[in-house]
Design a protein around this ligand. Structure first.
Ligand SMILES: *Cc1c(COP(=O)(O)O)cnc(C)c1O
Length: 375
């Protein structure tokens, strides 16, 4: 028996009908299921405007275009995150300024952001690691004081809140991912959330290759034209149908994932009390959304040994992220500042198997193997 890190939850009976439905109608983008998905997110979370994209990376690229990034603009973001946020801005000529994370939570440290703001700063990107909210009050205050955009990389954060407000709805733009490792999946897929009236129209134009085709389809204009830059950011309606089959099970999926999260939390509590490891620290302003479960240990050496030991016992635990500031792509662009919390999280974090069909007995087995390793 091997317990992998991830197993996509795809109840075929349910997706089948929807995909067949999509295949029999319009299968290009912005069809029936895309609209259903849009309505789901707008109604359920009160998002002002959403647009499905082919990935979260694409949603972040759209956010970068919407911020009208020009060469030399500075963008502050965490180094402890996925590279897509950095790529999106780097490709438009921005200078990326990496900030360190907090010491207890692997989210960007608002005090570090403040120190890095210059007259050239245009955007702050935050990532809500494992669905744990960043302190958005502090971040939005900094942005307002310095007239900056805030982009929430909410790839892990669907269905999670900061002080009761859905993550993705607080910054100017938000981005979700439906990659197969996330809570709600369509293989590859994403969602751009636009929270500012000023950018709603342009977002739709960028999404449709720089044309006003979406307005044309709504009958608002009599022909569509090329009016701005853009790309083909919209997914096929077959992908939207697959996503919609997940959205129709949203509560069921989320109930299960949160239960898995709390089971790990409960079972690993004694090890934290003995000082062997730390469980995630959840600030009082954040909810838990069952995105993933991670532990941190004392040193990189222990982490690597534990990873190896778990593998030998059939458990596919993984680690991430390698810090972006010292990655081969960025090493010669970094200003040399040390980011100690980022480096420490990167070398001591371990993510445990986490997927819908993971059984209580399997979670118990994983916790037992971790206990055996330490004791
Ligand atoms: C998964 C992930 C992304 C990218 O999502 P894609 O849909 O694969 O493009 C971006 N940011 C974070 C934090 C992620 O975990």
């Amino acid at each position: 028996m091997f317990l992998p890190f991830n197993k996509p939850y795809l109840p075929w009976s349910s997706c089948k009908n929807m995909i067949l439905g999509a295949l029999s109608g319009t299968i290009a983008g912005n069809g029936k299921y895309t609209k259903k998905c849009h309505r789901f997110f707008e109604q359920r979370f009160g998002f002002m405007k959403v647009l499905m994209t082919t990935s979260c990376s694409d949603a972040l690229e759209m956010a970068s275009l919407l911020c009208r990034i020009e060469p030399g603009d500075e963008v502050i973001m965490p180094s402890f995150t996925f590279m897509s946020a950095a790529n999106a801005f780097l490709m438009r000529g921005a200078r990326i300024i990496f900030a360190d994370t907090l010491s207890e939570v692997p989210n960007i440290d608002p005090d570090e952001i403040e120190k890095l703001i210059t007259p050239k700063t245009k955007v702050i990107v935050v990532a809500h690691y494992s669905g744990i909210a960043c302190n958005m009050d502090m971040i939005m205050k900094l942005a307002a004081d310095h007239m900056l955009f805030v982009v929430e990389d909410a790839a892990h954060a669907v269905d999670s809140c900061f002080r009761g407000r859905p993550l993705g709805s607080i910054g100017h733009f938000g981005a979700f991912s439906f990659h197969e490792t996330k809570n709600i999946i369509s293989g590859e897929g994403g969602l751009l959330i636009v929270n500012s009236k000023d950018h709603e129209k342009r977002a739709e134009i960028l999404w449709e290759k720089g044309t006003n085709r979406a307005a044309f389809y709504r009958g608002e204009i009599d022909k569509y034209q090329w009016i701005d830059v853009g790309s083909s950011f919209l997914p096929s309606d077959a992908v939207a149908a697959l996503l919609y089959s997940q959205l129709s099970r949203f509560d069921k999926i989320q109930r299960r994932r949160k239960k898995i999260w709390w089971s790990y939390c409960e079972l690993l509590k004694p090890l934290e009390e003995c000082g062997y490891l730390k469980r995630p620290v959840i600030p009082e302003f954040s909810t838990v959304n069952g995105s993933s479960f991670y532990i941190t240990v004392e040193s990189g050496l222990i982490r690597d040994k534990l990873l190896h030991s778990l593998k030998e016992h059939g458990i596919g635990a993984v680690f991430h992220y390698l810090p972006l500031h010292s990655s081969p792509c960025f090493l010669d662009k970094h200003d040399g500042r040390a980011l100690p919390n980022t480096d420490r999280f990167s070398s001591t974090i371990l993510r445990l198997p986490f997927y819908y069909s993971l059984k209580k007995s399997q979670i118990k087995y994983i916790a037992d193997q971790i206990t055996r390793f330490f004791t």
